[in-house]
Design a protein around this ligand. Structure first.
Ligand code: PBG
Length: 323
């Protein structure tokens, strides 16, 4: 026999052979597209640190989601910039708040579009933290009530799924109870179960104007050094009734996605966050990398690590590339 006797290259000879044995794929159906909603009329402005991503007023949403559907992206997640911020984040659960209006607009105009909502207070508090501040600390238990009320107000406005991203302890259970008591037993919770205190959120905080005025989020978001703790966070959320477990950010945490995939049976989501998006865009604009290929390779790596679902600002670009 001729050395080497086993030749993996045999199965790489042409595209038909390669696609025959391809282990991982990505489809528009796996993607969730984040949208930033802001006050005003006729507003559609690009986020400077996120080229191709626009903040828009409620009246622009119909056209935007039709565009998404046309590309095969049938799920969006909403983030809101309220008219006014206050210490309690009361805009988060206002009956006629920015997100509540946005949900209704999308559901009226394009009912088949799936709408998830981010449940957190940081966009609505004047101090920019994800919860209520008591004695200079973000107070866990008093925040839970406001989060539950926020999730409930989203469900009442017509949201298909709620996604708590605040990292308070016990919030999944509290939200589940509030939804169930109000007959929203069919609304799933996609928990940001494993959310790290990450520098990759920078551009998002510009877009949503939600950077903390003082301090940082390390008192509630996870330490990037920890992996076992991620399993503990996920276990708690499963016990409290989470339907989907999310890891965030994605690329610097592929090992965490992979561990979650191995240790849990629930669907796993990964959030390819603003900073991860911005880096690819910036290098591509300079001609240093092929933007489309790096995008596709990156999203594929997240799927290969074990994510069923990817939340990404690339959702439309990727869907376009898939054709
Ligand atoms: C709200 C929230 C954040 C992101 C999603 N939900 C910001 C943060 O925690 O600071 C970040 C998303 C992104 O960077 O794309 N808490």
């Amino acid at each position: 026999m001729l050395f080497p006797d086993y030749r993996p290259r045999r199965l790489r000879r042409n595209e038909a052979m390669r696609s025959l044995i391809r282990e991982t794929s990505i489809s528009a159906a796996n993607l969730i597209y984040p949208l930033f909603v802001m006050p005003g009329k006729g507003v559609r402005e690009e986020v400077p640190s996120m080229p191709g991503v626009f903040r828009m007023s409620v009246d622009q949403l119909g056209a935007e989601v039709k565009d998404c559907l046309g590309l095969g992206v049938n799920h969006v997640i909403l983030f809101g910039l309220p008219e006014k911020k206050d210490p309690m984040g009361s805009g988060a659960h206002a009956k006629n708040g920015i997100i509540q209006r946005a949900i209704k607009e999308i559901k009226n105009r394009v009912p088949e579009m799936m709408v998830s909502t981010d449940v957190c207070l940081c966009e609505y508090t004047d101090h920019g933290h994800c919860g209520i501040i008591l004695d200079g600390m973000v107070d866990n238990d008093s925040t839970l009530e406001v989060l539950a009320e926020t999730a409930l107000s989203h469900a009442k406005a017509g949201a298909d799924m709620v996604a708590p991203s605040d990292m308070m302890d016990g919030r999944v259970g509290e939200i589940r109870a509030a939804l169930d008591e109000n007959n929203f037993t069919d609304i799933p919770i996609m928990s940001y179960a494993v959310k790290y205190a990450s520098a990759f959120y920078g551009p998002f905080r510009d877009a949503a104007e939600c950077a903390p005025q003082e301090g940082d989020r390390r008192g509630y978001q996870m330490d990037p050094a920890n992996s076992r703790e991620a399993m503990r966070e996920a276990t708690l959320d499963v016990e409290e009734g989470a339907d989907i477990l999310m890891v965030k950010p994605a690329v610097a945490y592929l090992d965490i996605i992979s561990r979650l995939r191995d240790e849990f049976d629930l669907p796993v989501a990964a959030y390819h966050v603003s900073g991860e998006y911005a880096m690819v865009k910036a290098a591509a604009e300079r001609g240093w990398i092929d933007g489309d290929r790096v995008m596709a390779e990156t999203l594929l790596s997240i799927r290969r690590a074990g994510a069923d679902i990817i939340l990404t600002y690339f959702a439309k670009d990727m869907a376009r590339l898939l054709g």
